[in-house]
Design a protein around this ligand. Sequence first.
Ligand code: PMP
Length: 281
Amino acid sequence: MKILYEDQLVDRDHVKIDLEDRGYQFGDGVYEVIRVYNGQFFTLREHLERFERSANELKMELSYSVEKLESLLKDLVLKNDVEDGGIYLQLTRGISPRQHNFPVGTKTMLTAYPLPSRRPEKEQLHGVKVKLVEDVRWLRCDIKSLNLLGNVMAKQEAKENGAFEALLHRNGTITEGSSTNFYLVKDGVIYTHPATNLILNGITRLKLMEIIKEGSFKLEEKSVTLEDLKNADEAFITSTTIEVVPVVEADNTMIGNGEPGPITRKLQSLFLGKIESEKSK
Ligand code: PMP
């Protein structure tokens, strides 16, 4: 496997991460997961924009231009023959003797490599269960940082309870999933948490909002409560790797009639259409 290591494509065995890399010691870095369909990136620009924004929010800079990164990532896909899959991209503040404050004059460290990714067809078709978990993460969830312990702990709790995803809530308000954005449908209106510091503004969320606005759907970027969830007609989650997945049960309570709803179904098919149309561009 070829890996993007700084600005070089090298063999996997060639990559040695330093003991004092700040990503390794502090989780001091940012990342992206970008989907590849039929050998072509989907929403690459949007992911790179978010990557740069996350880095800048943490006062980190790429050591070369986004244009160069874009072309290196395309090379990475080609050299690894990625057809259907994804690319994991990460930037850390680099290597320096361990101390909390930012090192002076240290170069950031960039790595990227292919991830296997398969469409979760069964889940997309039948819907999934979620486990409600209190959102104990920090207050900058808008930054796609390497610090994922809150997310990791929540996902594990979901798994141990036989659920596909953890649905996070803060003070009775639903924020998002541990690695997904969340939507609730009630009386024909689609609700999703506004893009504040409390959620990651998903690229799938942005694309889906385009679809929703193009269609005859009603959308409100407004948070919903755990109480609203009990009375929801439909619910679903989105992300780069799962696309649109219906949620049919939360903590052993059925959502709607316990089946994926008609608006969710429609959005699933429109999202697939979006992937197809961007592919042919
Ligand atoms: N929220 C969180 C916390 C996530 O980790 C992810 C996955 N990156 C998402 C939402 C969905 O984002 P995207 O659609 O860009 O994959």
